[in-house]
Design a protein around this ligand. Structure first.
Ligand SMILES: Nc1ncnc2c1ncn2[C@@H]1O[C@H](COP(=O)(O)OP(=O)(O)OP(=O)(O)O)[C@@H](O)[C@H]1O
Length: 99
């Protein structure tokens, strides 16, 4: 259900699949795979938690509330932070294979 409804989740799943294809293409080592899977898993897991928090906030209120805004914005920021770290990790993993 979340995959069908959430464009961001679909994007992150597609990015994870693309990273796995790239990892297979450059021949990542076992430990590089571990790091890649952890980074991608963190992003997708946080995206699911973000979606759940959005649903709970919408269930709790359909009125503007500063706490509703804070909850949604903080949950979205968690995904953004994990995505930023995942990009840095991807650069560190793939750079030595592409030089
Ligand atoms: N009840 C609310 N009260 C205050 N601000 C809200 C409320 N609901 C949403 N917002 C604000 O509007 C923004 C967008 O809300 P929305 O529910 O569309 O989330 P979204 O991050 O766009 O989710 P989606 O993944 O469904 O596009 C939130 O990040 C938040 O800042």
């Amino acid at each position: 259900m979340a995959v069908k409804e959430e464009a961001h989740l679909r994007f992150h799943l597609a990015a994870a699949v693309a990273a796995c294809i790239a990892g297979w293409a450059v021949g990542l080592s076992r430990w590089e795979w571990v790091v890649l899977v952890l980074a991608a898993g963190a992003v997708i897991t946080l995206e699911l938690v973000n979606t759940a928090i959005e649903r709970v906030v919408d269930l709790a209120t359909d009125k503007f509330h500063p706490l509703a805004k804070a909850a949604k914005d903080i949950a979205a920021a968690a995904v953004l932070v994990a995505s930023g770290f995942a990009v840095v990790i991807a650069v560190l993993l793939f750079w030595p294979h592409l030089r």
